[in-house]
Design a protein around this ligand. Structure first.
Ligand code: NDP
Length: 459
């Protein structure tokens, strides 16, 4: 019998923590998990899941408009934000319940309270209970950062608050041009809100392929998102009618009912007692870990957003699974953080996997660029001015596909499947010998004939 109260203590019942707890328990470990908020974490409670439901909602107005081109009469449907918000909340509650059941059925002990670390093998709960653990796993995720905050920043909301807005704002001002800023700009403009997006740079989605960045901005502008590039907030003030006024550094002002700050997320390590245990943190406050997700303290591991590797739910889940198999299942393995597909759920959406063109050219001497840019079939009858853009990057020396970047309807679904082939080191020849499935947008991926550019390093 172990000298500890539990074999594994997991702090944080989000996607990564829950996976790690259940798998470790399956390997025979005694597991306890603490959660100070709601079971399910960011993804389920205030992130991916409720966001995607709002994305679906935001697409209906376009579908109603498009239907006219297919012979339907024009409809002006009523929309209730309150009904949508409450239905999304009900679904979130259902999923949180499923996560709880999953933990219970795996015999994981749940403590719904804050836990802090008091030492390499000790955790103290808010109730005062102290638990000793052979291993501690930090899976506390992240939180919106409010970087770029200014005078009156408390008058703004962050992404967590979006799901509880009392009513649909008529005007909204968003700061930032990353995943979250763009997704909510798209959602709210789709639902009829007038959106102003303020960004310090001159292009959206830093780090993405340049052509995708352009396509994303173009697609959002076509859906009435107004961009204010090379601008920053100076002050937010409350107006007499409850609205907000944002003062920009160039003297312009923007008014709206809601101001959303979406300037990144920070690891949730504040006040966690990591100093007591001697756990080393990085400059953003992230837990520094090795490939096995182990911190500098041998008994303390960390997975997911709190480690600031790739802030994506499936990555956290993988890291949790690898941790549990390695530490409790005698089956060590590590997560491969390369060629991870991701999507930005604007409308039309972005799906991307592999190297951007800039990265491909940096790492490979000869890169061929294949592009398809076309009007999707749906838009022919709907009359909507929408395009689908696809880019395939190929190593000209080995024929290996290095990256795929799509902006268009269904991009995320297409990229998830193509990512399997790319992960398997598929070549352009493999793509070409795959017969097209017609008529689809995805068939363009296997019918790209000649490169639009052959990029060669000069030396
Ligand atoms: P991102 O890092 O994607 O974007 C942050 C944005 O804020 C950038 O445009 C950045 O500008 C800007 N910014 C940062 N600091 C400041 C500042 N001090 N003043 C003004 N602007 C600033 O963060 P998000 O919050 O959008 O998302 C966090 C993470 O969550 C993402 O990186 C992603 O991993 C994950 N996520 C994934 C989703 C998905 O998979 N669909 C959806 C939502 C989130 P600049 O470009 O100049 O740095």
């Amino acid at each position: 019998m172990s000298k500890f109260d539990t074999d594994l203590f997991v702090i944080g019942a989000g996607s990564g923590g829950v996976r790690a707890a259940r798998i470790a328990s399956g390997h025979g470990a005694r597991v306890m998990v603490a959660e100070e908020s709601r079971i399910g974490g960011t993804c389920v409670i205030r992130g991916c899941v409720p966001k995607k439901l709002l994305v679906y909602a935001s697409r209906f107005p376009h579908a109603f408009e498009d239907a006219v081109g297919f012979g339907f009469s024009e409809v002006k449907p009523d929309f209730s934000w309150e009904r949508l918000r409450d239905r999304v909340e009900a679904e979130v509650t259902r999923l949180s319940g499923l996560y709880r059941k999953g933990l219970e059925s795996s015999a994981v002990a749940i403590r719904e309270e804050r836990a802090v670390i008091c030492g390499p093998h000790e955790v103290r709960l808010a109730s005062g209970e102290t638990v000793s653990a052979g291993t501690i796993l930090i899976a506390t995720g992240g939180r919106p950062s409010r970087q770029g905050s200014v005078i009156g920043a408390e008058l703004a909301i962050v992404s967590d608050d979006v799901f509880h807005l009392p009513r649909l704002p008529r005007r909204m001002i968003i700061l930032g041009a990353g995943y979250i800023a763009l997704e909510f700009a798209s959602v709210f403009s789709g639902l009829g809100t007038k959106v102003d997006l303020v960004h310090r740079g001159d292009a959206v989605l830093r780090g993405f392929d340049e052509d995708l960045r352009k396509n994303a901005a173009h697609a959002l502008a076509a859906r009435n998102v107004k961009f204010h590039f090379a601008r920053s907030f100076v002050k937010i003030e409350a107006l007499a009618d409850g609205a907000r006024r944002v003062h920009l550094q160039n003297g312009e002002t923007l008014d709206g009912e809601v101001v959303l700050i979406a300037t990144g997320r920070l690891p949730n390590t504040e006040g966690l007692g990591l100093g007591h245990a001697g756990v080393a943190l990085g400059d953003k406050g992230q837990v520094k870990v090795d490939a096995q997700s182990r911190s500098n303290v041998a008994s303390i591991y960390a997975i997911g957003d709190v480690t600031d590797r790739l802030q994506l739910t499936p990555v956290a889940i993988r890291e949790g699974h690898a941790f549990a198999d390695s530490v409790f299942g005698n089956k060590p393995w590590t997560v491969d953080h390369t060629t991870v597909p991701s999507a930005v759920f604007i409308t039309p959406e972005i799906g991307t996997v592999g190297l951007t063109q800039a990265a491909a050219c940096e790492r490979h001497a000869a890169v061929d660029v294949y592009v398809a840019d076309f009007r999707p079939m749906l838009a022919t009858l709907s009359g909507r001015d929408e395009r689908t853009f696809m880019k395939l990057l190929v190593d000209a020396q080995t024929d290996k596909v290095l990256g795929l970047h799509i902006c268009g309807e269904g991009a995320a679904e297409m990229v998830q499947l193509a990512a399997i082939a790319i992960k398997m080191d598929a070549t352009k020849t493999d793509f070409d010998r795959t017969i097209a499935l017609h008529p689809t947008a995805a068939e363009e991926i296997v019918t790209m004939k000649a490169p639009v550019a052959r990029l060669r390093r000069e030396h």
